[in-house]
Design a protein around this ligand. Structure first.
Ligand code: P6P
Length: 293
């Protein structure tokens, strides 16, 4: 099943066809390098390699006016203004959760196709998705029309669910960071949730969000005492995942409002991220003070 807009379809096809190659290329690239990404995090060899592979391919698509990555300080101008008709900006987290390579656990590639120059509000997304490198390689893709799950093999994508919806009854939860670093009001909220749901936290957002989309529940990385803005990046993680979960019938929040409504100041802005069943997200917004408003 393809997407109607030819530029957006070309972006999605490029990323999904690269997934098998990326998965294979993780082998032998598990070591860290003496470099940091723009967020000050140590990079893994595979981070840099996957970013170069995807950046070269995506920047070469007619209609992609900008490419930006969690691994690059600046937006790359690809020769078009995303404010113009049929020109888009593509933001990518090439290997989300690459620290899981060391322990050989799930990780993913996240992408957002924005109809605006970066940094942009999530409301300007026209498509967003992720590749999950789990026991099998899958892609979840959200557009204005639907949320679809595909299995990816050898460059081809096969629909396995053409209407991904968050289950009504929540089952799982996962919260990032360390409990002592959570504000007291978030600790109280988390204690309530842990009485109601089953803990599923794997340390890579994509694996954890896929659990929430599959079973229902909530994934969050709250603002911390040490860092009120939290850890996750708005352009590359919060917006795409917020778009996907909202299109699947759930809610997203920075603790105060939908992630898609947050006005970015900088390309690498961090934000608290909460996504999942609406009642759980609404309860969080009622119980937890937003310290970044
Ligand atoms: P922590 C991976 O580094 C990541 O950006 C997300 O994929 C993940 O949800 C989070 O950080 C994990 O952070 O502090 O729990 O290791």
């Amino acid at each position: 099943m393809t997407v109607s807009d030819p530029v957006v379809e070309s972006v999605i096809a490029t990323i999904s066809r690269s997934a098998t190659e990326i998965r294979q290329g993780l082998i032998g690239r598990r070591g860290t390098v003496d470099e940091e990404n723009p967020s000050g995090e140590t990079q893994v060899e595979a981070d840099i390699w996957a970013d170069e592979l995807l950046g070269d391919r995506l920047a070469g698509i007619d209609g992609v006016g900008q490419y930006a990555s969690e691994e690059r300080a600046e937006v790359e101008d690809c020769g078009g203004d995303p404010a113009m008709e049929d020109v888009y900006a593509v933001a990518v987290d090439p290997l989300d959760g690459s620290s899981n390579l060391k322990s050989n656990n799930a990780m993913g590639t996240i992408f957002g196709v924005y109809d605006a120059a970066l940094p942009a509000r999530g409301e300007t997304l026209v498509a967003a998705g992720y590749i999950l490198y789990g026991p099998i390689t899958t892609m979840v893709l959200a557009t204005e029309e639907s949320v679809t799950e595909y299995e990816l093999t050898g460059g081809e994508r096969t629909v396995v669910d053409r209407d991904v919806r968050l289950p009504d009854e929540p089952v799982v939860y996962g919260f990032g960071g360390r409990v002592p670093d959570w504000p007291d009001d978030f600790q109280e909220y988390a204690r309530e949730i842990e009485q109601e749901l089953k803990l599923r936290y794997g340390g890579a957002m994509i694996g954890d969000v896929n659990q929430v989309l599959t079973y229902g529940g909530i994934f969050g990385y709250p603002g911390l005492e040490s860092r009120p803005e939290g850890k996750l990046r708005l352009q590359f993680e919060g917006n795409p995942i917020g778009y996907i979960v909202e299109r699947a019938g759930g809610r997203s929040s920075d603790g105060n409002q939908s992630l898609l409504s947050v006005d970015p100041d900088d390309l690498h802005d961090r934000t608290p991220v909460h996504v999942g069943n609406s009642e759980l997200v609404e309860r969080l917004e009622d119980r937890v003070e937003n310290r970044i408003a």
